[in-house]
Design a protein around this ligand. Structure first.
Ligand SMILES: Cc1cc2nc3c(=O)[nH]c(=O)nc-3n(C[C@H](O)[C@H](O)[C@H](O)COP(=O)(O)OP(=O)(O)OC[C@H]3O[C@@H](n4cnc5c(N)ncnc54)[C@H](O)[C@@H]3O)c2cc1C
Length: 124
């Protein structure tokens, strides 16, 4: 299937800051692997996102080519829903930091993502 998508995949590769990994790439098996080793699904395309724009581009690509999407965070879900067969796996694991806008301070800032999520959760 990826043969049919050669040109769009090349475009996707040049438009993302992260990496696009395909079944014939040497690191493909390593990248599609998740915690539950019983899950052996093979996405057609894996987008290792480096920034939010990469996620948007990966979604647009999947929509345009009517491909299923799966989202991988840490890949620890036992059900293995982070990885799909023949679709686009959006791999968020390279994105370790977030940027959160404070409610009363509109200046975006880099943050310790987990710490700020806890703060947001505790806000009444
Ligand atoms: C050894 C082990 C110990 C665990 N211990 C605990 C524990 O103590 N407490 C507890 O609550 N849980 C525990 N879990 C469960 C684990 O926290 C959950 O499975 C959690 O969802 C894993 O997060 P992940 O990012 O690795 O998920 P993934 O496997 O990457 O994804 C899980 C699901 O969430 C979706 N998803 C991930 N990120 C996004 C996103 N940004 N946007 C939209 N969808 C997204 C994926 O598509 C998938 O469907 C444990 C799991 C393991 C393997």
């Amino acid at each position: 299937m990826t043969t049919l998508l050669n040109e769009p995949i090349e475009k996707l590769k040049t438009s993302v800051k992260g990496h696009v990994v395909l079944p014939d790439d040497p690191n493909y098996d390593e990248v599609r692997e998740i915690w539950n080793a019983m899950i052996d699904r093979k996405p057609a395309v894996i987008v290792q996102c480096a920034q939010a724009d990469d996620v948007a581009r990966a979604i647009a690509f999947a929509r345009e080519h009517k491909l299923e999407i799966s989202v991988r965070g840490g890949g620890h879900s036992v059900a293995g829903t982070a990885v799909c067969d023949n679709g686009v796996m959006i791999d968020l694991s390279p994105m370790k930091n977030g940027r959160i806008k404070q409610h009363n301070d509109q200046t975006p800032r880099h943050s310790d993502f987990n710490k700020d999520l806890v703060k947001l959760k505790n806000r009444k």
